[in-house]
Design a protein around this ligand. Structure first.
Ligand code: MLT
Length: 438
């Protein structure tokens, strides 16, 4: 059975040859003309960030050329699960190949085995943090403090040849795939469970989601474990979005994987990015409080119109890049339809409300905010509410998201080192310099 190291190494010659060919034969070929609109508009539409594991377009993401729908068909499930296995998704991102059942089993075992390496100092640091600091901030600090445990950083200090760097990056990356969920669960235990269960034995035959559930105090909670699998597999990568691009930029200077992930988490707190997940929950809660359960379309229309008239955004709709419905929404909607939350619970009512707003709000936005390029519901409209409906505290939802975004980016991190890509250093340009060029 191939290990992940074998599978990356197998792909390496072809990718190195392609990179060399592009640089040697096509260096000056234009891909796009940089317009004033690109520069003034947050680089929107500019194909400028080389990404090995995925490509994005207005229709959605493709992972090594395959759509999400194709991967939902192709990627294996963990035994007993209906969701795409996050480990299978990771394997695919690293290797561009679908893992066999044996490869998946071995890969998952390898990740859980690495849990024993989680440094005691990191756990002590994490436990010593003040509990009024929010969960994401605790993880940001813990990851930043993990630097001395980075095998990549040690290899750099010892002068490892450039061509071998990816191996050390992959060592850290594999450690982090299990360390980060376990640290997240520890933060949860410290903050919300008086420290209970933070050392509950892991299941060495289980996958990451199952072991996360064990440490979250939800051992054997199959719907929760399935939700985590769904969520992690879906959110690993979305091209050069704010969190991923922040990690890319930071790591292009050979920042080690742990603080790199902290960078992504910091960027993710912005409310125009992953922070929108919290905004969407709070907005839906306030709508529920104002209108009661199952409001009429007219009541939703009036509520949303009042939000817009007050100059506020309606969280959960529109996307910086996508121009249709985000393909990641369909599997989440399917999951919601298949789960049996009591309809009278707050979570059940929120999910029902989102079902209604997803059809009513786009029409209101089209009428009242015609500048919004695509008023379709985005993935944040539903994903955070679903976590919340499954009993996760508001404060913790972002951290569940961050676990998978960090995992997914590590595949890019490893390939950046494998391809020997340079530090990111674009030119800055002032408005006066733009005027001088016109
Ligand atoms: C994400 O996956 O982080 C969001 O869809 C944001 C984005 O891709 O720009």
């Amino acid at each position: 059975v191939r290990t992940i190291f074998d599978a990356v190494e197998e792909r390496l010659p072809e990718r190195l040859a392609l990179a060399a060919k592009l640089i040697k034969e096509h260096s000056k070929a234009p891909l796009h003309t940089v317009t004033v609109e690109n520069v003034m508009g947050g680089m929107r539409g500019l194909p400028a960030v080389l990404w090995e594991v995925s490509g994005t377009s207005q229709a959605g993401i493709t992972y090594h050329g395959r759509t999400l729908r194709e991967l939902q068909e192709l990627l294996p499930r963990w035994p007993g699960s209906e969701q795409v296995s996050p480990e299978a998704m990771l394997w695919y991102l690293y290797t561009a190949s679908v893992p066999s059942a044996a490869e998946l089993a071995q890969f998952a075992r390898e990740l859980v085995r690495r849990a024993a390496r989680l440094p005691a100092e990191a756990l002590r640091f994490c436990d010593a943090l003040p509990q009024d600091v929010d969960s994401s901030a605790q993880m940001i600090m813990t990851l930043t403090a993990m630097g001395p445990h980075s095998q990549f950083a040690h290899a750099l200090a010892e002068g490892v040849p450039k061509a071998q760097m990816w191996r050390h990056a992959l060592e850290d990356a594999l450690d982090s795939h299990i360390f980060v969920p376990l640290l997240a669960a520890r933060i949860y235990a410290n903050k919300f469970r008086d420290g209970q269960g933070k050392a509950t034995p892991l299941n060495v035959h289980g996958d990451m989601a199952e072991n996360f559930a064990i440490r979250m105090g939800r051992s054997g909670d199959k719907p929760f474990t399935e939700l985590i699998r769904l969520y992690w597999a879906l959110h690993m990568d979305h091209g050069a979005n704010v969190s991923a691009h922040s990690m890319r930029l930071s790591s292009s200077a050979w920042t080690d994987p742990y603080p790199t992930m902290a960078t992504g988490l910091i960027a993710g707190t912005g409310i125009l990015h992953a922070g929108a997940i919290l905004q969407a929950i709070q907005y839906n809660q306030s709508m529920l409080a104002a209108l009661g359960p199952a409001p009429s379309p007219a009541a939703i229309d009036a509520h949303v119109s009042a939000t817009l008239a007050a100059g506020r955004i309606v969280p959960g709709f529109g996307h910086a890049l996508l121009r249709g419905v985000d393909p990641r929404l369909a599997p989440i909607v399917k999951f919601v339809q298949g789960c049996s939350l009591p309809p009278e619970s707050e979570g059940g009512q929120l999910l029902q409300l989102i079902g209604q707003t997803s059809t009513v709000v786009p029409a209101v936005l089209r009428r009242r905010a015609p500048k919004i390029k695509s008023p379709a519901p985005n993935v944040d409209s539903l994903s955070g509410c679903l976590m919340y409906a499954f009993g996760l505290e508001l404060d913790f939802v972002l951290l569940v998201m961050a676990c998978s975004r960090g995992m997914g980016f590590m595949s890019q991190y490893v390939w950046d080192r494998a391809l020997g890509l340079p530090i990111e250093r674009p030119l800055s340009i002032t408005m006066d310099q733009i005027v001088a060029k016109l």
